[in-house]
Ligand binder design. Structure first.
Ligand SMILES: Cc1cc2nc3c(=O)[nH]c(=O)nc-3n(C[C@H](O)[C@H](O)[C@H](O)COP(=O)(O)OP(=O)(O)OC[C@H]3O[C@@H](n4cnc5c(N)ncnc54)[C@H](O)[C@@H]3O)c2cc1C
Length: 257
């Protein structure tokens, strides 16, 4: 029996696990993917995030989690009319896989039990504890006094709870959008130290973005329907190409999440 089961080994889950262990609680941290896992993210840590890492983990983000250019200098935001706004701020460019893997390692080092490749499927309130239904190599259960849901936006437990409560009030099933990123080889006229966000409808159904990670040009779009992500990305490529020389031929990897 644990004091707390934390579901999800992203920044929230790893930080919660680490802080609770420090207070003397017996903690289990479960993560559905094998660490280090991919997370759809631009991986720019703002100053506040870096300060929180120092506060809860007692040290700065290690070089092993960083990517080039390591210093992010802010954001350039273009609204739906094409007007550009610049926000200057100090930030750090990281690969989320390595950053989150490091955080989980630190939580484990401090005494949390970490199970990766294990998904939480259910929570059932029993007499004085919560039984968490888990699935790794096989189905099993663990008990805890408390469960903290740190599943991020895409989570089995969160969807169950959202459906239960949203259904009660409005009858509506929660809807999600999909983010889709491609990692491209090529060159660009934009400053790689900045994160670029675009609200132009011709680029994406919600927003589109661009940044540079270890010499890869990252193009991202958000879509309502995951099936359409390829089509939307392909349609926007000629527009991206006005400022980049990358394209389908230079495409290396594609990820959605
Ligand atoms: C495209 C995109 C770009 C972004 N760019 C930035 C950025 O540049 N800078 C920034 O600060 N933020 C950025 N964000 C936001 C950032 O990714 C989130 O705020 C952050 O990841 C939230 O952390 P978290 O720990 O709550 O959840 P997550 O990081 O999502 O972690 C949740 C974890 O829980 C696991 N999990 C889910 N369900 C279960 C389950 N049932 N059982 C076990 N494990 C489970 C998941 O696999 C995951 O590892 C971006 C988000 C997106 C989508």
């Amino acid at each position: 029996m644990y004091d707390v089961i934390v579901v999800g080994a992203g920044p929230a889950g790893c930080t919660a696990a680490k802080a609770l262990v420090k207070k003397g609680y017996k903690v289990l941290l479960v993560e559905k993917f094998k660490m280090p896992r991919y997370k759809s993210c631009s991986g720019v840590l703002i100053k506040k995030s870096m300060e929180l890492v120092k506060k809860y983990f007692g040290e700065a983000v290690p070089e092993s989690a960083m990517c080039t250019p390591t210093d992010n200098r802010g954001m350039v935001f273009t609204n739906d009319t094409g007007k550009e706004y610049r926000f200057e701020q100090e930030g750090l460019n990281v690969w989320r896989s390595h950053f989150d893997g490091w955080l989980a390692g630190k939580a484990e080092e401090s005494g949390a039990e970490v199970m990766d490749g294990v998904v939480a499927l259910s929570c059932t309130e029993k007499d004085g504890f919560v039984e968490v239904g888990l699935h790794g190599q096989k189905n099993f259960t663990e008990g805890a006094r408390y469960v903290i849901d740190c599943e991020g936006v895409v989570g089995t437990l969160k969807r169950q709870i959202a459906r239960q409560y949203a259904g009660k009030n409005t009858g509506e099933v929660p809807r999600y959008m999909t983010t889709y990123q491609t990692f491209n080889e090529g060159s660009i006229d934009l400053d790689p130290h900045y994160f670029y966000a675009y609200l132009q409808p011709e680029l994406s159904e919600y927003d589109a973005w661009f940044n540079v990670k270890d010499d890869l040009l990252v193009l991202g779009v958000s879509v309502k329907d995951m099936e359409k992500s390829d089509i939307i990305m392909e349609a926007s490529l000629p527009i991206w190409k006005r400022s980049t020389t990358c394209g389908s031929a230079g495409r290396r990897k594609r990820k959605s999440g």
